[in-house]
Design a protein around this ligand. Structure first.
Ligand code: NAD
Length: 290
């Protein structure tokens, strides 16, 4: 396939490289990041998009996505698909899908789970929103960049699934960290705590696969000085998107709200910026109830 790829950062760079390595013709553009091996550099987003069957965007936020969409849609060939893999607000995903339709194109919103490791290894999970036809057209690209793609529904459904998943993740990570800190103070050995909880009803991905306690459970960022991994800053971004969405549809999400406030404090007023999101555990260790 002829693929345009806009946004070649930590995630987009390796995703574009994997598509090129699999034999697709990839033309890329980024304002700052270099073009990975096998990808032809364009001098603008419109140039990267022109003549492509599918144009992928992997950008920081919804405002940038909307601006890039306005630039590239007029340059795209009739019937081409705009596949956005960024994590953005549901409204931006739907606005971009509407704009694509007006321009005679189709759109798929397909945010990812799996982080930089998944992007490099081609093992991402995609959660996609858009028509059956557009989903089918981009599926061969999902097969290269990831190990699983779930078609969640119409435009915006991929972003909805992503922010709901990550709201759960933020909440369970905080719960896991505060439970470890409580267990410490109760004199419970961390390994015993893991052995019990990981096979009992308190288990979760945060405990079992990404344990925030160093030296316990499978290897995780806790074993590497809390280097991300999945940065607390990105968790805060996703939690904020969940709260923006909850506000828009009048959904009651008290735990999501509390998790957002806690990560906000951790990243903006404490020492959480640049650390993995599981570094909530040393944060709780230092504190009492006051
Ligand atoms: P990044 O900041 O490394 O990459 C974004 C790139 O977009 C940058 O290289 C930037 O120069 C480029 N860019 C910005 N505006 C542009 C424009 N107008 N035209 C062309 N390029 C432009 O970010 P990332 O970590 O690659 O994340 C990308 C998206 O993936 C985000 O929405 C993020 O939330 C999501 N995501 C990231 C991770 C992760 O672990 N990093 C995991 C899942 C999802």
């Amino acid at each position: 396939m002829k693929v345009g790829f806009i946004g070649l950062g930590n995630m987009g760079g390796p995703m574009a490289a994997n598509l090129a390595a699999a034999g697709h013709t990839v033309t890329g553009f980024d304002l700052a990041a270099p073009c990975p091996e096998g990808v032809t550099a364009a001098t603008s987003g419109a140039e990267a998009a022109s003549g492509a069957d599918v144009v992928i965007t992997m950008l920081p936020n919804g405002a940038i996505l909307r601006a890039v969409a306005a630039e590239i849609h007029p340059a795209m060939a009739a019937g081409a698909v705009h596949l956005d893999c960024s994590t953005v607000d549901v409204d931006s995903a739907r606005a971009v899908a509407d704009a694509a339709q007006t321009a005679g194109l189709s759109a798929v919103d397909a945010p990812v789970s799996g982080g930089v490791g998944g992007a490099a290894g081609g093992t991402l999970t995609f959660m996609a929103g858009g028509s059956e036809e557009a989903f089918a057209k981009v599926s061969p690209l999902f097969d290269v960049m990831g190990q699983k793609a779930v078609h969640c529904g119409d435009a915006g459904a991929g972003q909805a699934a992503k922010i709901c998943n990550n709201m759960i993740l933020g909440i369970t990570m905080i719960g896991t960290c505060e439970a470890f800190a409580l267990a410490d103070k109760l004199g419970l050995d961390r390994q015993k705590m893991f052995d019990v909880v990981s096979t009992s009803s308190g288990y979760s991905w945060s405990m079992n696969a990404y344990c925030p306690a160093p030296g316990v459970g499978p290897n995780s960022p806790a074993d590497n000085g809390y280097q991300p991994g999945f940065a607390a800053d990105l968790m805060l971004k996703d939690l904020r998107l969940s709260q923006q969405a909850a506000e828009a549809v009048d959904a009651d999400t008290p735990m999501g709200q509390a998790a957002t406030a806690l990560y906000e404090r951790f990243v903006e007023a404490e020492d959480g910026a640049g650390k993995d999101f599981s570094a909530m555990l040393p944060r709780f260790e230092k504190r009492g109830r006051g």
